[in-house]
Design a protein around this ligand. Structure first.
Ligand SMILES: Cc1cc2nc3c(=O)[nH]c(=O)nc-3n(C[C@H](O)[C@H](O)[C@H](O)COP(=O)(O)OP(=O)(O)OC[C@H]3O[C@@H](n4cnc5c(N)ncnc54)[C@H](O)[C@@H]3O)c2cc1C
Length: 383
C-alpha cells in the first residue's frame, strides 16, 4: 500500500515468518489468554527483536526505521507484536544510559534471547499518567536497594527475565523538582524474593500484570544511569517508543483495509459486490487516506529521529494519527463484513480489540493533544 516501502527484503522475510503463525494460532491464544511463546521465539531466533542492538553486542544494528518496518509488517500480517515490542525500545535505555559493564552483561544475552527484557514498570494504580507521582520506592542500603510498592499494567512481566523499573529514590517533597529523585533500575525477576506478579484479564490478550514489591532486595549495580535522573532517562526513549507503536498501528490499519477491500469485492448482495456501493467504498477509501497520512507522519518522525533531531511533536502526532487510523480502519472492517465481522474465525473482532489499546497506551490521546497544545502551540499548560 506504500508506493515504495523501505526495507522490502526485511518485510518479505518477516511476512514469511508470520505466515507460520496464522489466525488460528492467535485465536487459540486469545481464548486462553496465553502468551505467544513460539512466535516470540521465532522472532528472537531470526534476530528481529535484536534489530536495534548494535552489532558489537550481537544485534543487527539497524536504524529505528528498520525496527519500525519489522513491527509494521508483523501487524500487517495479522500477528501481534504487542507480545514483545517493548524489548525493542526498552533496551534503548540500557544503550544510552547503561555502564559499559551493564551493556556487556545484558545486550548480547538479550540479542540471543537468553535474557528477555520485555517488562517496563512505570505506571502505578494511584499515579496514572502523572508519572512523577509514583510511589514505588527504592531505598539504598549498603550494596543493595530495597524496593517497596506496586506497579500496574506491567505487560509481559510473567514472560520476561528483566524489568526496567522506575522508582523513587528521593521522596517527592525532598526533591528539587518533581521530575527529580526518580531512578531507573534493571531488575532481575528470576527467582526474586519479595516480588509478586498477578495477571490482569483484559479485553484483549496482552499479558499485562500487577507487580508488587515487598522489601525486594536488588544489588546496587541494578541502578541504570544516574541516581535521581531516571525520569529523564525514561523520557529519552519515548520518541522511539511512540514511533514504533505508530508503525504497528499503520500495519494494523493496512491489515484491516486489505481485508475490507477483499471482502467488499467478493461478497455479493442484491446481485452485485457490496464494494460497488459507495456506502461501502467511501469509508474504506477514507480509512486508506487516513492511514497514508499517518504513515507519512511516521516517516517524517523517523527522518527527524535518524538525523539526530528531537521529533517529540512528530513522534506524538504519528502515534495519535496512526492509532486513530487503525481504529477507524478496524471499525470500517467490522461494518464491511456485516455479521461476519463479529465471528471469531475472521480475526477481525480480535484485531479490533487489540488495536483499540493504542488510543490509551502507552500514552493516551488526550496527553498527546495536551503536549501539542503546550509545546507546539504555546498554549498554557492545562494540568
Ligand atoms: C493493556 C495495557 C498495557 C499497558 N502496558 C504498560 C506497561 O507495560 N508498562 C507501563 O508502565 N504501563 C503500561 N500501561 C499503562 C498505560 O501506559 C496507561 O494506562 C496510560 O498511560 C494511561 O494511564 P492510566 O490508565 O492511569 O489513566 P489515567 O491517567 O487515570 O487517565 C484516565 C483518562 O483520563 C485522561 N486524562 C488524565 N489526565 C488528563 C489531563 N490532564 N487532561 C486530559 N485528559 C486527562 C487520560 O487521557 C485517560 O483517558 C498499559 C496499559 C494497558 C491498558
Amino acid at each position: 500500500m506504500h508506493d515504495q516501502p523501505r526495507y522490502p527484503d526485511i518485510r518479505a522475510e518477516v511476512a514469511k515468518l508470520c505466515a507460520r503463525f496464522p489466525g488460528e494460532y492467535w485465536r487459540k491464544l486469545d481464548a486462553a489468554r496465553a502468551y505467544p511463546s513460539e512466535f516470540v521465539q521465532a522472532l528472537t531466533e531470526s534476530g528481529y527483536l535484536a534489530a536495534l542492538i548494535p552489532e558489537e553486542y550481537g544485534g543487527a544494528g539497524l536504524k529505528l526505521s528498520g525496527a519500525a518496518a519489522i513491527l509494521e509488517e508483523i501487524q500487517r500480517q495479522g500477528c501481534n507484536g504487542g507480545a514483545c515490542h517493548a524489548q525493542m525500545y526498552i533496551m534503548g535505555t540500557i544503550l544510552r544510559h547503561g555502564s559499559e559493564a551493564q551493556k556487556a552483561a545484558y545486550l548480547p544475552k538479550i540479542a540471543t534471547g537468553e535474557l528477555r527484557l520485555q517488562a517496563f514498570g512505570v505506571t502505578e494504580p494511584t499515579s496514572g499518567t502523572d508519572t512523577t507521582a509514583l510511589r514505588t520506592t527504592a531505598r539504598r542500603d549498603g550494596d543493595r536497594y530495597i524496593l517497596n510498592g506496586q506497579k500496574i499494567w506491567t505487560s509481559r512481566a510473567e514472560h520476561s527475565d528483566l524489568m526496567l523499573l522506575l522508582a523513587r529514590t528521593t521522596p517527592r517533597e525532598q526533591a528539587a523538582k518533581k521530575t527529580e529523585g526518580l531512578s531507573t533500575f534493571i531488575v532481575d525477576m528470576r527467582s526474586a524474593r519479595g516480588l509478586t506478579i498477578r495477571p490482569i484479564r483484559t479485553m484483549m490478550n496482552h499479558n499485562s500484570c500487577e507487580v508488587f514489591f515487598d522489601n525486594m532486595e536488588i544489588p546496587a549495580e541494578s541502578l541504570l544511569g544516574e541516581e535521581g535522573k531516571g525520569f529523564r532517562h525514561v523520557l529519552s526513549g519515548m520518541n522511539a517508543e511512540r514511533i514504533l507503536i505508530a508503525a504497528e498501528c499503520v500495519g494494523d490499519a493496512k491489515w484491516f483495509i486489505e481485508r475490507s477491500t477483499a471482502y467488499a469485492k467478493d461478497r455479493h448482495v442484491f446481485g452485485r459486490p457490496i464494494g460497488q456501493n459507495q456506502g461501502i467504498q467511501f469509508p474504506i477509501a477514507r480509512a486508506y487516506a487516513n492511514m497514508r497520512a499517518a504513515e507519512l507522519m511516521v516517516d517524517e518522525a523517523l527522518r527527524l529521529y535518524e538525523s539526530g533531531q528531537n521529533p517529540g511533536a512528530e513522534a506524538n502526532m504519528a502515534k495519535m494519527l496512526a492509532a486513530d487510523a487503525s481504529f477507524e480502519a478496524a471499525n470500517v472492517c467490522v461494518q464491511t463484513h456485516g455479521g461476519f465481522g463479529f465471528a471469531e474465525e475472521y480475526d477481525i473482532e480480535r484485531k479490533f480489540r487489540e488495536t483499540r489499546l493504542y488510543q490509551v497506551a502507552p500514552i493516551s490521546t488526550n496527553l498527546i493533544l495536551a503536549f501539542l497544545a503546550e509545546h507546539v502551540l504555546g498554549l498554557p499548560r492545562s494540568y
